[in-house]
Design a protein around this ligand. Structure first.
Ligand SMILES: [Zn+2]
Ligand SMILES: [Zn+2]
Length: 418
């Protein structure tokens, strides 16, 4: 973003001031919307009530074209064009699905759908994006370009974005120049925003190894091919894949999350098969590929020695969410203008969680932010996907203002590093 004296910045600051003031007045309204969504959590791609609540709120906003029933039914794309004519096209995305979790809070607005809960705070994501649309509508005559507000189902199951991009062509007509999204983050204090320097979310993969040996009596192991012994050797080798096949500076993790063999009631038989599997994450796709390849090589080598047969299934579920270096400072400045300079900071470590936003960020320059939701008077907030999870409604106005400021500067071509 350009600073004062550059293109008459005083006028632009007025726009942000106007947004901040309006955002402050919007607090109770955004809280109402967030809590209504919270009462109606729905799963995956089928979110009829969520779709209705969000569409109803969007239809109230002047200057917004609302395209309902996208992403196969429950997604919404809302488009706003600024009054100043030409400019950039900015996409802002909120995920809107909930989780198969029974809510265990005493809130008056807790989930009305048994076994379902907004335990990842996507209700808050939808509310702050509706708020941003309202703020950009209020200031529509002050900016040019186009903003696409995308409400995406299916994030928790790794779907939604692919349909919005492939079928609904959300990145086209007009072509999107840059995309933004954020997640409410329980370890960050309310009022603060963290932005990852590089990797906001990692590439996600999973693996499954099945070893088939020769079943037999445990007293004569030499007459068997023991799949547990072979699996154990492969398991032991996993730290060596990470430490000796991949450079020390690459972010990566590989965790075995299940291992199954034999029958606890039968202690004297070496079983025929052993299977284990787990998850693998890395900041770079190439790293994930090395992990999969080395696991296959090791499995093959060990099984040959033992005389066992093997099956290895390695899958990659999604790319990384990498923040665009050229947009980082601009976004930081825009957020700082709304929240205060000391409230916005850069996170140097890579985060290896997974996010379906990778579908957008792998195609257009993007920035993903972590918005604090831990009230200042609390030592610790319940984590994401916890039955006790709680979203701090106090942050909604600031988050809406931040997205609006990013949308404004983005459209005006003032976010990119000069
Ligand atoms: Zn989640
Ligand atoms: Zn989430």
């Amino acid at each position: 973003m350009k600073r004062e004296n550059d293109m008459g910045m005083s006028g632009q600051n007025n726009v942000i001031e106007k947004m901040k003031k309006a955002a402050g007045a919007m607090r109770s309204d955004l809280t109402r919307i967030r809590r209504e969504l919270h009462r109606h959590p729905e799963l995956g791609m089928e979110l009829p009530e969520t779709h209705e609540i969000i569409s109803r709120e969007l239809r109230k906003i002047p200057g917004l074209q609302v395209y309902e029933h996208r992403a196969g039914g429950s997604g919404i794309i809302a488009v706003m064009r600024g009054g100043k004519g030409a400019g950039k096209t900015v996409l802002m995305r909120a995920d809107i699905d909930a989780l198969p979790i029974e809510e265990k809070t005493d809130r008056g607005y807790r989930s009305m759908n048994p076994g379902r809960m907004h335990a990842c705070g996507h209700d808050g994501h939808a509310a702050w994006l509706i708020g941003a649309a309202k703020l950009l509508s209020l200031t529509r005559e002050e900016w040019g370009g186009c903003i696409k507000f995308v409400f995406q189902p299916g994030e928790e199951i790794g779907k939604g974005a692919d349909i919005l991009i492939g079928e609904d062509k959300v990145l086209e007509d007009p072509p999107v120049d840059m995309a933004f999204a954020a997640h409410g983050w329980p370890s960050i204090e309310s009022g603060r925003i963290g932005i990852a320097r590089r990797c906001a979310f990692g590439c996600v993969g999973s693996f499954r190894v099945k070893i088939t040996g020769q079943k037999g009596h445990a007293s004569w192991p030499e007459q068997t091919v023991d799949p547990i012994a072979a699996a154990n050797e492969i398991y032991q080798y996993i730290p060596a894949i990470l430490a000796r096949k991949i450079g020390g500076t690459a972010s990566k993790v590989m965790s075995v999350t299940y291992m199954q063999a034999g029958d606890p009631k039968v202690r004297n038989i070496i079983p025929a098969a052993c299977e284990f599997g787990g998850t693998m994450r890395a900041a770079k796709k190439e790293t994930l590929e090395i992990m999969g390849r080395e696991l296959k090589k090791e499995t093959e080598a060990v099984c040959r020695v033992y005389g066992a047969s093997w099956e290895v299934d390695v899958r990659t579920h999604g790319g990384a969410v990498e923040n665009a270096p050229g947009l980082l400072e601009g976004v930081r400045n825009a957020a700082a203008e709304v929240l205060g300079r000391e409230q916005v900071y850069i996170i140097e470590e890579d985060n290896l969680g997974g996010e379906n936003f990778a579908e957008y960020s792998s195609r257009v320059p993007s920035v993903y932010m972590f918005i604090g939701i831990k009230p200042a008077d609390q030592q610790e907030a319940p984590g994401l996907h916890s039955p006790q999870y709680r979203f701090d409604d106090q942050i909604l106005a600031g988050a809406a203002g931040t997205f609006a400021a990013i949308g404004y500067y983005g459209c005006m071509g003032m976010l990119e590093r000069a």
